[in-house]
Design a protein around this ligand. Structure first.
Ligand SMILES: C=C(O[C@H]1C=CC=C(C(=O)O)[C@@H]1O)C(=O)O
Ligand SMILES: [Mg+2]
Length: 460
């Protein structure tokens, strides 16, 4: 039995193919559906997607998006102007798509590398300086309402139509899907721990000497498993264990970059712009009383407040360049996640004139929560002393629509799945009175969300 929405999708696709004119290279059809479990959709789409899947859910679960397959890909592999090139290509693409103007049209998903000027390793070959894709099949669950959007070439699309038919048939099967984690972690390595501690000590002394104000230094741990890790299993655990985070995944071939980040970079909803300052950290307490004490300590600790202040000052300045009014509370509050608590300051602004989301991303990335202050000196310091190729870790990851609205998170608390191997990443804000061993402990706490989701260890 084929349910109604599946029939409607196929009818609409055929109708659009008939009416498409010569300026149309793609058609895009959107249809409301019954509830579809986003993880089931991600999992069932493995074969359909040919190694191109995307997952996004925001902390309020207001928008959940799952992209399968690739209708069109925008990729930049050189250093300059990557944000504006993606924007230009996206606008060009949208002009060639025929879609029902009552619907939202196709969405663009993807991310950027942290620093195009840092020397590259082989680990991140599948993740260029910018890569954003328009999925062939997209599940959107916005404020609880589900719909499917199909975007395909308007001509010579027999192969795509067949794949879509097969995927729609797969979706309507009643079969429940099991996502058990059957890969076991056999080894965990900390990569270049001593070099990292030396780098933190060096940064601290450079900051004391007045060279710069703050620099964020990150490190990597690598986990080996006895089998290939299924990204659906990791996503399921991240959604269960980190309900107040952005849960994201970007798959490219046999690699999958995923995580659960508490940090919004920027959201644009017409003239409303939002960002978040998140810096300054302490673990959660084992009891309610201890947790409260740790939180109160964090709210008053001068080193953490100093770390936080750099982020607030920079984001305020960047937003004031484009917004008439910027609303920022005077004092940070606490954001408590399962494993860690942070100093948190939300930022809201009204843009003065139409401003594109990607130009906001360009202005804000990296904030001093991921890079440092001043930005260019901090980036140079990271290139020089951090023993890591960050790839897409700590970078913007997110989506935008045809009207230019959308949201990007900062891809922290993340890892790169590569067959039996996973690299996980964590960094911390180094200031003049940082102590290398305390910063090391902080990165251990920041590894926990990924470690638990992977079933590596640390309070599963
Ligand atoms: C760089 C990371 O965290 C940033 C975000 C929140 C708190 C941070 C801190 O207290 O150091 C970091 O700036 C990471 O999790 O890898
Ligand atoms: Mg810190």
């Amino acid at each position: 039995m084929v349910t109604l929405y599946q029939n409607k999708i196929q009818e609409q696709l055929h109708m659009m193919m008939k009416t498409a004119n010569t300026n149309t290279s793609f058609i895009s059809v959107n249809e409301k559906t019954d509830n579809i479990d986003p993880l089931r959709f991600f999992h069932l789409g493995e074969e359909f997607s040919l190694g191109q899947r995307f997952f996004w859910s925001d902390p309020a679960n207001e928008a959940v998006y799952v992209g399968l397959g690739c209708a069109y890909s925008i990729e930049v592999s050189h250093h300059e102007n990557r944000f504006m090139e993606v924007e230009h290509e996206w606008k060009r693409f949208i002009k060639q798509v025929m879609f029902d103007q009552k619907g939202r049209g196709p969405l663009l998903f993807g991310g950027f590398s942290f620093d195009p000027l840092k020397a590259k390793t082989k680990r991140w070959v599948n993740f260029p300086e910018a890569k954003m894709i328009i999925p062939m099949m997209l599940l959107s669950i916005v404020k609880g309402d589900s719909s499917i959007t199909i975007t395909i070439p308007s001509k010579n699309n027999e192969e795509e139509l067949l794949r879509i038919e097969q995927m729609l048939a797969l979706l309507q099967q009643e079969k429940t899907v099991q996502y058990e984690h059957n890969a076991t972690c056999v080894k965990i390595f900390e990569i270049e721990k001593d070099e990292w501690l030396t780098a933190v000590a060096k940064a601290t002394s450079d900051i004391r000497n007045g060279e710069l104000g703050k620099v964020v230094l990150a490190r990597e741990a690598r986990l080996l498993f006895d089998k290939r890790i299924n990204p659906t299993v990791v996503l399921k655990r991240l959604r269960e264990q980190q309900p107040f985070s952005y849960v994201f995944a970007f798959e490219n071939g046999s690699d999958c970059f995923l995580g659960a980040s508490p940090e919004q970079l920027v959201k644009k909803d017409d003239d409303m712009c939002y960002s978040t300052c998140l810096a300054g950290s302490i673990r959660r307490g084992k009891t309610l009383k201890e947790d409260k004490e740790l939180g109160n300590w964090l709210l008053q600790d001068s080193k953490n407040l100093h770390e936080h202040r750099f982020v607030v000052d920079m984001i305020r300045e960047a937003m004031l360049e484009v917004c008439d009014e910027v609303i920022i509370p005077d004092q940070p509050s606490l954001l408590k996640m399962r494993d860690i608590q942070h100093l948190y300051t939300p930022v809201k602004g009204f843009s003065r004139q139409p401003i594109s989301l990607l130009s906001l991303v360009e202005r804000l990335h990296p904030t001093p929560a991921l890079g440092g202050t001043p930005r260019s000196k901090a980036l140079r310091k990271i290139r020089e002393i951090e023993p890591l190729d960050r790839g897409w870790y700590a970078s913007p990851i997110g989506w935008l629509d045809a009207k230019g609205n959308g949201e990007f998170a900062v891809a922290i608390r993340s890892g790169l799945l590569q067959g039996n191997e996973v690299s996980i990443f964590a960094g911390c804000g180094v200031v003049g009175d940082s102590d290398p061993l305390s910063e090391y402990e902080e990165t251990r706490v920041k590894f926990k969300p990924m470690l638990s989701a992977l079933g590596g260890s640390e309070n599963e």
